[in-house]
Design a protein. Structure first.
Length: 173
């Protein structure tokens, strides 16, 4: 059942992405994905191939020593965090961490509300980002289990009240 649901979601992703691209450009310029479960160069290649199939990713630079991937996003496509997660999991691995860099400065309204919407996604900041900071994505399946539990303890109220929001916390580069 889970595989059927995942296939349906992935099947509808091009339609969702096309709808979102009609309204705006990408909200993120680049990011870094930390993968877990990699044991060799073929594992890295599997994730690399899965990520390069996503229409909003321009390039993927693997770093074998750290099991991480530097992602560059297409400025004309909205970035989908669930699609990134699905691609990595379909390759047989998991995300241990994901940081993203905004492609636009925050408006006064976004700064006051600590959130912005893009397509179907609502991104909520747990702390206000400063220029040049990367934003760590917080969510089950986006962090390692241990790190998610730590963040759940630290930001319990915000995570509980976020609903379907994607939570972001600034990290110093």
């Amino acid at each position: 059942m889970r595989n059927i649901l995942r296939s349906m979601i992935i099947g509808f992703m091009p339609v969702i992405i096309l709808f979102c691209t009609l309204t705006a450009s990408a909200q993120f310029s680049h990011g870094r994905l930390q993968a877990t479960g990699l044991t060799c160069a073929l594992c890295s290649k599997s994730i690399h191939q899965a990520l390069t199939k996503l229409p909003f990713i321009d390039s993927v630079q693997p770093e074998l020593k750290t099991s991480s991937f530097e992602l560059r996003f297409n400025a004309q496509q909205p970035v989908s965090i669930p699609a990134i997660r699905a691609a990595v999991e379909d390759a047989g691995f998991f995300i241990g961490g994901l940081t993203l860099n905004l492609s636009h400065p925050l408006s006064d309204q976004e700064r006051r509300s600590k959130q912005f919407s893009f397509g179907p996604d609502v991104f909520q900041f747990l702390d206000e980002p400063k220029a040049g900071e990367s934003l760590q994505v917080i969510g089950k399946g986006i962090l390692s289990g241990k790190d998610f539990k730590r963040m759940l303890t630290r930001y319990a109220k915000e995570i509980k009240s976020s609903g379907s929001h994607i939570l972001l916390i600034p990290v110093k580069n």
